[in-house]
Write a protein that binds this ligand. Sequence first.
Ligand SMILES: [Zn+2]
Length: 141
Amino acid sequence: MELFEKVAYLKGLAEGLALDTETKEGKLIAAIIDVLDDMCAELAVMQEELYDVEDGLDAVSDDLSEVEEVLYEALEDEDEDDEDEDDDTEWFETTCPVCEEEILFDEDELEAGEILCPNCGEKLEFDLSDLAAAAEEEDED
Ligand SMILES: [Zn+2]
């Protein structure tokens, strides 16, 4: 640790200079170096603890991913259940003239008069008035 080395250097310097710790200034400098030494030791401990916290956080993150997976699967299942239980919606079925894929659509889409084939993207249009007219006036067609 660079900080450790710097403090060690200061310590060595104080010793090399034969710092007189009996003088006021000498006492002060010795005390400052002492505090720096303690701070370095404290920092080293904190760094170790931080590594532990990081490890713990990784474990929590992994656990959370598993919970998310389970939760999303449960939510998807719930969505599917909702569709099954939705008895108010009437579903219609038709076959796409382009790709011949079977398409399900509801009343709202029928009333809108058009749907997009989810398979090929072809726009399918319904003319409800034509259908009604054809049913009522079959003899004219
Ligand atoms: Zn299609």
